[in-house]
Design a protein around this ligand. Structure first.
Ligand SMILES: NC(=O)c1ccc[n+]([C@@H]2O[C@H](COP(=O)([O-])OP(=O)(O)OC[C@H]3O[C@@H](n4cnc5c(N)ncnc54)[C@H](O)[C@@H]3O)[C@@H](O)[C@H]2O)c1
Length: 368
């Protein structure tokens, strides 16, 4: 089968998860990488046996490259996506799509104008955990979804990330960083969002880096670090979400629960591909674990790229699309706008619920 050639731009912390050849798919291969800091690209190319390490400009000018995976920091996402599209490449970017909805819209519109694909993480909703949850909802096991809750409670990334500054600048914060996993899963399960409300706060105006190599340096916090949001879906279901970098995690709160007229679904951590799916039906007193209906429970990053590559080869829509990511980005910004203005925020965008994966796929192939 034809394999599309892929180049990675941004060789930092997350890049290894994409470059890991143990997780390969039959429709694409990563052949080149680039970074602002060329030595980082050279080191990754050596570690993962890539044919080429080069500058961003050289990678974008390479006629062999079909798809660019953009793994730069959020503040550079739009610039690199637009450059890749203008160079005639399809692009797949890490979350969030962009740091503002205006920038995100530019990516969606340029891709459409050029007839190229733009895709965006997260792709965890294509994993067996969320796909099993989607199947249960679609098959009516909880009846009509009435509401959902989602919680991401943590103390921030400065205790492990080597360069955590960007998580506290515009485009960072717990909602822009972790919200995409939760909101994408909710939209994939329940459908698009009509309006949101929110309240935000910032507990610590400065934060100390606790990881190496920048241990002890202070970060100026420019964004809210505790964000509580309400969502009304087009279906009428109501969602509640809290994302925090200010609180200690390990609480008894679930990651995601979906409440329906006939039962409740416990959905696994949307920052993983697998996890335990549990259901309690109207006539039962206990939750029971449901075996996964779908594979890719250990898929790791790259599943969304594989789906987009296969979609390019087959001509079908891809699932982790920039349109979906743009809708999620607008909701994330909407929580902050609603908080600042003391009002609801009416969504201007909508999106299709991504088509669920079919049953019975192998662990290296997506559907044609
Ligand atoms: N670290 C994680 O665990 C993780 C997990 C999921 C998603 N992400 C997302 O992945 C992206 C990258 O995160 P990371 O943790 O790898 O960050 P990082 O800071 O470790 O790496 C970013 C890399 O991009 C390079 N870069 C920055 N601007 C560039 C530009 N204009 N052109 C070329 N290269 C540029 C930097 O030199 C650096 O090597 C972010 O969007 C983040 O939200 C990270």
């Amino acid at each position: 089968m034809k394999k599309l050639k892929v180049g990675v731009i941004g060789c930092g912390k997350i890049s290894g998860a994409y470059l890991n050849k143990a997780r390969h798919f039959d429709c694409y291969e990563i052949t080149a990488c680039a970074d602002l800091e060329l030595d980082r690209a050279v080191a990754k190319a050596e570690e993962f046996s890539l044919a080429k390490a080069c500058t961003v400009e050289e990678l974008l000018a390479d006629p062999e490259i079909d798809i660019v995976i953009n793994l730069t920091i959020p503040q550079a996402h739009t610039d690199i996506c637009l450059k890749a599209l203008n160079a005639g490449k399809h692009v797949y970017v890490e979350k969030p799509l962009a740091i503002t909805k205006e920038e995100g819209k530019q990516i969606v519109e340029l891709a459409a104008a050029k007839g190229l694909r733009a895709g965006c993480a997260p792709d965890t909703f294509l994993g067996g955990g969320i796909q099993t949850s989607i199947k249960l909802i679609e098959d009516g096991w909880i009846g009509t979804p009435i509401g959902a809750t989602a919680f991401m409670i943590g103390r921030g990334h400065e205790h492990w990330h080597p360069a955590p500054d960007f998580y506290y600048k515009v485009g960072g914060g717990p909602m822009f960083d972790m919200g995409p996993y939760y909101l994408t899963a909710l939209v994939a399960m329940i459908g698009p969002i009509r309006k949101v409300a929110g309240m935000t706060s910032t507990a610590y105006p400065e934060r100390k880096i606790l990881s190496q190599p920048l241990y002890g340096q202070m970060i100026q916090v420019d964004v809210p670090t505790h964000v509580a949001g309400l969502l009304e879906f087009h279906s009428g279901a109501i969602g509640t979400i809290i994302t925090s970098f200010d609180a200690f995690g390990g609480t008894s709160l679930p990651r995601i629960e979906v409440y329906g007229s006939q039962g409740t679904l416990i959905v696994p951590d949307p920052n993983t591909f697998g996890g335990s799916v549990q259901i309690r039906r109207v006539d039962k007193k206990e939750f029971v674990e449901v075996p996964h209906t779908h594979g890719f429970t250990e898929a790791g990053r790259g599943l969304g790229v594989a789906d987009m590559a296969q979609a390019i080869l087959s001509g079908r829509p891809h699932r982790a699309s920039a349109e979906l990511a743009y809708h999620v980005l607008e909701a994330m910004e909407g929580f902050h706008i609603a908080s600042d203005g003391g009002r609801h925020y009416e969504m201007t965008s909508s999106c299709q619920r991504p088509t669920p994966l079919p049953l019975g796929l192998s662990n290296v192939s997506l559907d044609a």
